[in-house]
Design a protein around this ligand. Sequence first.
Ligand code: SAH
Length: 207
Amino acid sequence: MVRLLRDRGISDERVLAAMLQIERHLFVPIPLRNHAYDDAALPIGEGQTISQPFTVAIMTEALRVSEESKILEIGTGSGYQAAVLSAMGARVFTIERIPSLLKTARTVLESVNARFVAKTSDGTVGWKEFSPFDGIVVTAGGPGIPKPLVEQLKVGGRLVVPVGSHEYQQLKIVTKTGANNDYSVEDKSDFKFVPLIGRDGWPESDG
Ligand code: SAH
C-alpha cells in the first residue's frame, strides 16, 4: 500500500513511515479485512467509510505535522486518520458525530497507544477549549469553509477541508495569515467524501 502511495506522488517520508507503522486492517470491519491494504475507501457502518489511503496521505501531507503539533480532526470515523497523526508525534483532538463509531474507534486507538482526546459532537463548531490548533483536518465534505475552524487555528496554521456539492468536493488547504482570521486558499484535486453534517455543514436531513 505504501509503495503505491509513493508511486502516486506522496513524498513526505514521515507520512509514509506513519502509514507503514499503523496497521489499517485494525480499523476495518472484520469481513472486509482482506481489502484493508487496497487503495480504497471501505464501509465502516452507519453509512460512513474509512477514507482511501491516498486521501489520508494527501491530507496528512498537507497538514505539515511536526512533533507536538496540536491537530484537530473532524470526523473520527474508524480512527485511522487519528492513529496516523498520532504516529507522527501529533497531539490529536478528534470529534465524531455518531456515538457508535466513536466507541469502536476509541477502543482501537487505545489498543495502538495513540495519543488522542475524543468526543461525540458536531465538529463544524470546532473544539474551543483546546484551541488554537496548528492544524485542522476535516474528513467529511461540506458546502463551505467552516468559520469557527479558521478562528480556532493559530496564525500560520493550516486547515485541510473538502468543499463542494454532495457529488464531489475539492480539497482546500486554508492557511490562516492574520489574527483577524484572514486566510489564503490553495485548491487541490477533487475527491468524494461522505457529507459533513452540522451547523457549518449540510443539514441533518442530508445525512
Ligand atoms: N477520518 C475517518 C474518516 C471517516 S468518514 C477515518 O479515518 O476513518 C467521515 C466521518 O465524519 C464520518 O464518520 C461522519 O460520521 C463524520 N462526520 C460528519 N459530519 C460530522 C460533524 N459535523 N462532526 C463530526 N463528525 C462528522
